[in-house]
Design a protein around this ligand. Sequence first.
Ligand code: GDP
Ligand code: GDP
Length: 455
Amino acid sequence: MKYVTLAKHKLPVIVIAGRPNVGKSTLFNRLAGRRFAIVSDQPGVTRDRKSVDILLNDRSVTLIDTAGWEEDDPETVHGRMRISSERAVDMADVILFCVDARMGITPVDEHFAQWLRKQGRKILLVVNKAEGHSGNVAALEMYKFGFGEPIPVSAEHGEGIMDLVDRIEVELPIEQFQDNSALNISLENSEDKPLRLAIVGRPNAGKSTLINQLIGEQRVITGPEAGLTRDSISVSFHDEKGEIELVDTAGLRRKARIDETLEKMSVSASIEALKMAEVVVLVIDAELGIHEQDLQIARLIEREGRCCVIALNKWDILKDRVATRQTIRDRIEMSLSQMHGIPIIAFSALTGRGVHKLIPAVRKAYDIWNKRIPTGELNRWFEEAILRHAPPMIDGRRLKLRYITQTKARPPTFILFGTRTSKLPLDYQRYLMNGLREIFDMPGTPIRLQFRDSK
Ligand code: GDP
Ligand code: GDP
């Protein structure tokens, strides 16, 4: 769990910078609000800036927003921006340089980037307003800043925020431990941060029973998260590979109080949980078989780009196990193309039999979700795939596909370059997607395939 700690030493400073209107304030609020607890007021950070101490994963940091300063004199926007940003940037360990995916790169952005480059700070390029699929394509354009891999987010819709947090975390300076035992507890696992796991499913599928099995005697700390979230509790446990944090078990507790809306709650609680999670275990009552609502949750998992393990529970009371497993697999794969090859584990949460298979499956799914494939390997496969099965003619003209590259992981995301790629039929897209999945061994993980016309 996260702890509230009054840290007296200087925390790493993250500064949000960029021209007006790119969404800096929105990003600030998104990072400051949500699930991150406010830790303390950092002395030494002047009050005229919006600044807040927050927890990013397991690290306390000070977040500073430069929004609002540069807007008071629009006549000399460059000059003012520079002066007002200078002091914040001076303190920064990491700068989040924000641009707008919809507007593309403006002269003001270029000017600002040029100045930032000279400041000798770590810079992450955040491409905001990248909701939906436009984001990654716009992000590609932004490579030319030379600030490394752009990070597409939508501050307003909360997309891509976890990726951003992960990227920030990598850039933070090594923690200087002080003699502060409370702080040491909270940072114990900051090197090896826990895998965030959500356990979701319909009411009575056996989620609580499963959690009790998983935690067993190892129960670490449960209790209300101090600060922001009212009734979210978090539980963690260890396996031989490290810590696993069960996120948002609050959804489980809440249901005990509100009986009549149980069915609805299980879907909405799942949404919350899976936004915070990296891996999602969808628990299904195998005796009842798969239900439309299970598929609905699975679709959400797919849409949010999380990886998933299906858990068939109550295996102890099942008569025809082989047929049940097959029926459920067929239903899932028929309704969810992205879940092809998804791991399905069967057990009895009640007796504990078979539960030991779950966490290794979770770890494996997580590794696949994080997978990165070198561009060379990808294109060797790609050439062959196109040779074997050429893209179709559209209006009598051949549609050209040139090359493919992976732009990110979590989930694996690829961009395919060619001409008239928007015309590529769905079944051909599926052919490529299935090929990727099979050749590079990525069963059960959502794969994002995007297209871009090159000249
Ligand atoms: P700042 O001047 O850089 O601090 O920008 P603001 O945070 O005030 O945002 C400027 C405008 O962009 C506001 O109208 C926001 O609602 C909007 N905005 C912020 N983030 C997003 C986003 O992710 N997507 C979209 N479409 N609009 C956004
Ligand atoms: P939740 O609503 O998903 O948290 O479900 P619970 O964990 O509260 O379980 C609902 C009911 O199913 C309880 O009566 C459990 O004892 C029962 N149950 C859970 N797992 C199993 C199992 O593996 N086998 C059997 N036979 N019953 C189970």
